[in-house]
Write a protein that binds this ligand. Structure first.
Ligand SMILES: [Zn+2]
Length: 528
């Protein structure tokens, strides 16, 4: 799905790095090596916290680690008691940039092509940088659209203000950033100098990626070089299906590499690769947040997953490539042969094996949905279904079913005749086999109970069937099922390994889409 990928990409969140910070006051620069124990201890505390995560609203703050490295003013809320980097510390920090750049270059094998500009930023400068990123023309518009669609899918509460949330959270969480436009690494004058060194290792990795591959252009993906006007287009189109997944995958490469370097720097002379026990714990801790990240801790599941995806799964992806083929494959190699889907990120073996999935059949959106104004079109990738199923049926089911994903996309739109009607939705998904498709369809049916107040089962005649089983009672769902809700009719149809879902589309449109998606079977009875 679509989600503000460009604007937040370059910011590093405090909660992602605080595990790499020293527990108490920073040690002197000469003894900045941390033991695995020191890192591991804190990480495990946070992992424990994760087991209480089932119900987001009821999380007991008492279960949080008693003390965190970020607790001394590094968080966001307390503007008054901000630690400010002294001129002497700033000088030392600036000097360390070259040394850490050297480290990042050795760690990744990416050459240093030139010096990296550095500056110390104040909080209100960073705040306005964040706000500017959000107001960046099409990003703001896209965010508004994403937000509506996410609400329709039940991934955000209906009254959730996504834009305000993101600005507040990033303000709370920003730990540093590399500005690819000005080629400058920005240090923050309110964070303890010593804590900024692992952050520097991360950001300077971005600088090296940028020097070798040009991040801004590379992030635009294969759309770059195609139709010029296509690239700047703002209206949703079927091309978004491919681009969405590609953007997510590339972002995971960029952030995953920078996370490995961050941890390698913190663990030196050890490396992340020879400390496998902490990789999983680190990933888990990133999802939980720290006690001084209240915005993040109270965020809906979708946001926690989505915001941390490139870091958590990208980290794993990079580690898997390092194991399989060393630095060359994991760093420059991943840029030269980038993964195209979140599936390749989540399951690096599919990337390493050059797995080729047959594309899911695209319906002719322009023709089939001619009575609707497109609102948003996008991919439903492996990571998206992971989050959907986690929201609808819990994490265990999500983990069990996401590897069975084999493709998907959605269209959302409003009827031309009635622009104030609720958003209508079409969602196509394909699975490894018919049994998994039936399982996913049942989970999806379950979501109707979370998303609609009214859901009356309809018979084959389209009339309300009083004896229809509740939507959330199925374990597997096959064939065609329909429900009437307060936002129109929902149809879930399963044939073979494919699931076709329509929500709030009028009957004729739904039938047109079905005939397009499954033509051979519609045509079959007519044959002699
Ligand atoms: Zn980053």
């Amino acid at each position: 799905m679509k989600f503000l990928k460009s604007a937040i990409g370059i910011l590093l969140f405090t909660l992602l790095v605080s595990v790499a910070w020293p527990q108490n006051q920073p040690p002197p620069a000469s003894s900045s090596t941390k033991t695995v124990d020191e890192l591991g201890l804190q990480v495990q505390d946070q992992t424990k916290d994760r087991s209480n995560q089932g119900n987001d609203q009821n999380r007991d703050p008492q279960t949080a680690p008693p003390q965190t490295s970020a607790g001394n003013g590094a968080g966001g809320a307390q503007a008054d008691s901000e630690t400010t980097v002294s001129p002497k510390e700033a000088k030392e920090l600036f000097r360390s940039v070259d040394e850490i750049l050297q480290f990042a270059s050795q760690d990744t094998g990416l050459p240093i092509k030139h010096k990296v500009k550095r500056r110390l930023a104040k909080r209100d400068e960073v705040q306005s940088y964040i706000e500017k990123s959000f107001k960046d023309d099409k990003d703001a518009k896209r965010l508004e659209r994403s937000s509506e669609v996410l609400k329709k899918f039940g991934l955000l509460p209906r009254d959730f203000d996504l834009s305000n949330f993101l600005v507040a959270m990033l303000r709370e969480q920003v730990a540093g950033y590399y500005d690819e436009k000005t080629k400058t690494v920005n240090l923050l004058n309110w964070l303890i100098a010593e804590q900024q060194k692992p952050v520097l290792a991360h950001e300077l990795t971005h600088a090296l990626q940028d020097q070798s591959f040009g991040l801004e252009k590379w992030m635009r993906g294969s759309a770059e070089g195609k139709d010029k006007k296509d690239k700047n287009r703002e209206d949703p189109s079927p091309a978004d299906v491919e681009n969405d997944e590609e953007t997510s995958a590339r972002q995971a490469v960029v952030e995953g590499q920078a996370m490995v370097v961050l941890y390698d720097y913190s663990l030196a002379p050890q490396t992340l690769l020879n400390s496998p026990q902490i990789v999983e714990a680190l990933k888990q801790s990133m999802l939980v947040g720290t006690p001084d990240s209240p915005k993040f801790r109270d965020a809906p599941i979708f946001l926690k997953e989505e915001l941390t995806f490139p870091y958590r799964y990208g980290l794993d992806f990079t580690v898997a490539l390092l194991r399989a083929g060393g630095k060359e494959l994991a760093y420059a190699g991943a840029f030269q042969n980038p993964p195209k889907t979140t599936r390749e990120i989540m399951e690096p073996k599919t990337y390493l094996a050059h797995e080729k999935l047959e594309p899911v059949k695209m319906i002719d959106m322009e023709k089939d949905l001619k009575d609707y104004v497109p609102f948003d079109i996008g991919a439903m990738g492996e990571f998206d279904v992971d989050v959907l199923v986690e929201q609808y049926a819990g994490q265990d089911q999500a983990t069990a079913i996401y590897p069975e994903w084999r493709g998907g996309y959605y269209f959302s739109g409003k009827p031309k005749a009635n622009p104030s009607a609720p958003l209508a939705l079409l969602y196509v998904s394909r699975w490894s086999n018919a049994a998994k498709a039936a399982e996913f369809a049942a989970i999806y049916a379950k979501s109707l109970a979370q998303r609609y107040q009214k859901r009356q089962g309809l018979g084959t005649d389209g009339k309300i069937a009083e004896d229809a089983p509740p939507a959330d009672s199925w374990r597997t769902l096959r064939g065609r099922h329909a429900w009437r809700t307060e936002e129109g009719v929902v149809v879930i149809e399963v044939r073979g390994d494919a699931v076709l879902i329509s929500e709030g589309l009028d009957d004729d449109t739904t039938k047109t889409v079905e005939a397009d998606f499954w033509p051979e079977e519609k045509a079959a009875p007519a044959k002699p």
